[in-house]
Design a protein around this ligand. Structure first.
Ligand SMILES: Cc1cc2nc3c(=O)[nH]c(=O)nc-3n(C[C@H](O)[C@H](O)[C@H](O)COP(=O)(O)OP(=O)(O)OC[C@H]3O[C@@H](n4cnc5c(N)ncnc54)[C@H](O)[C@@H]3O)c2cc1C
Length: 349
């Protein structure tokens, strides 16, 4: 029997592929219910969700067609498209849908069963605080987050991203509308700051479904194959360092891992197969994050002004992609005037 650890979306997607290929597979989940506790803001691109090959529709709470971005001093711009670009999902529901689809292919889910280092494991999908990863002696860097669901009067079509070293050092604060007069309001910070205090500095938001969790920071070049064990999802830090989004990249990598295990393909192939799809993109997300982390609040304000003066919001509307920064970067690289204005920030690259 192949063993997958963790019945989050990545574990279930991997197990579904293994079962589909005709192999017996068990998913061990330490909790007694799939999808709880929730540790997610649930904003996922439509294109990314399509790639997971799951019937995600039943998990959609709201559709958003744009974003409003705010600098530390409140300079802001909007990027919007006519049609929905991203979905706000009910994570518990999505996890349960992934689990049901794995089960209908024949995967067996064992609830309340915790993996310990003495147990074998084929696919480790045990999340950001993976015990499999720590048993391999690997270290991770994390973004610390805090989020609540609060009643807030916000445009249901737009998410808000707020940048500031005062309330979101090393990340950003978000407002994600659920479409029913409530929003998920949260902030991410480096480990030296307290995200709950940071959220209070950002907004005096109180509400329910409070969560505090860690987002692993992608580490280029860190291996994801150890003997016959494949790491997927947050356990492999397959997460976009700009946004912390990990459902679509991790989910797709989990499908690759599942096919490899299911079809008996040599396991070391996993490394090159998922990197061919996402390695460059994840590297770029990390470079953008590293660049943004080095900016002071004044410099971030300056970049916002420069972006607005040079039509960058329109460029984002034309070619921006929340999963893949390459089309936007290529478009900016082709504009010598903008590049000239960016020259003073080259030291941060
Ligand atoms: C505040 C916050 C907001 C986020 N917002 C977004 C977002 O908007 N969009 C997005 O795409 N991503 C977002 N993410 C990231 C996203 O939640 C993760 O990338 C995603 O959950 C990874 O899925 P996974 O299956 O790898 O891990 P998980 O979903 O964490 O699942 C791991 C599973 O393994 C189980 N487990 C752990 N240890 C063991 C063990 N020893 N034995 C058995 N079972 C075990 C856990 O109980 C859990 O069910 C956010 C994360 C945080 C913290």
């Amino acid at each position: 029997v192949e063993t997958v650890i963790g019945a989050g979306p990545c574990g279930c997607l991997a197990a579904k592929e293994i079962a589909k290929a005709g192999k017996r597979v068990e998913i061990w989940e330490e909790h007694n219910e799939i999808g709880k506790p929730v540790q997610c803001a649930g904003l996922v691109s439509g294109k990314g969700l399509e790639k997971l090959n799951v019937d995600f529709r039943g998990s959609v709470l709201n559709e958003v067609r744009g974003a409003r971005l705010y600098s530390p001093s409140g300079i802001h711009f909007e990027v919007a498209r006519k049609k929905a670009q991203a979905y706000v999902i009910d994570r518990t529901r999505l996890d349960k849908i992934c689990a049901e689809e794995a089960q209908s292919e024949g995967a067996e889910i064992v609830l309340g069963k915790r993996w310990e280092p003495r147990n074998r494991v084929d696919v480790a999908a045990d999340g950001s605080l993976s015990r499999v990863v720590s048993s391999l002696g690997l270290t991770r860097r994390y973004i610390h987050t805090y989020q609540v669901e609060a009643k807030l009067d916000r445009d249901p079509d737009f998410v808000e991203l707020h940048f500031s070293n005062s309330f979101a050092p090393g990340f950003f604060a978000w407002v994600i509308p659920l479409g029913d007069g409530r929003c998920r309001v949260g902030t991410g910070t480096t480990m030296s700051a307290n995200p709950k205090e940071c959220l209070q500095r950002f907004m005096k938001a109180s509400g329910k479904n409070e969560l505090s969790a860690l987002i692993p920071v992608y580490k280029p070049g860190q291996k994801t194959v150890y003997g016959s064990t494949l790491l997927v999802g947050d356990a492999a830090a397959q997460v976009k360092a700009t946004t912390g989004g990990g459902i679509t990249v991790g989910g797709f990598c989990a499908r690759i891992a599942g096919k490899i295990v299911g079809e008996g393909i040599p396991r070391e192939k996993y490394e090159s197969l998922w990197r061919a799809e996402f390695g460059r993109v994840l590297d770029l997300h990390l470079q953008i994050r590293t660049f943004a982390d080095r900016l002071s609040d004044d410099e971030m304000d300056d970049l916002f002004r420069m972006a607005i003066d040079n039509g960058i919001p329109e460029t984002i509307e034309n070619c921006g992609d929340m999963d893949d920064p390459r089309p936007l970067i290529n478009s900016v690289l082709r504009r010598p005037l903008v590049m000239l204005k960016l020259a003073r920030y080259v030291k941060y690259l």
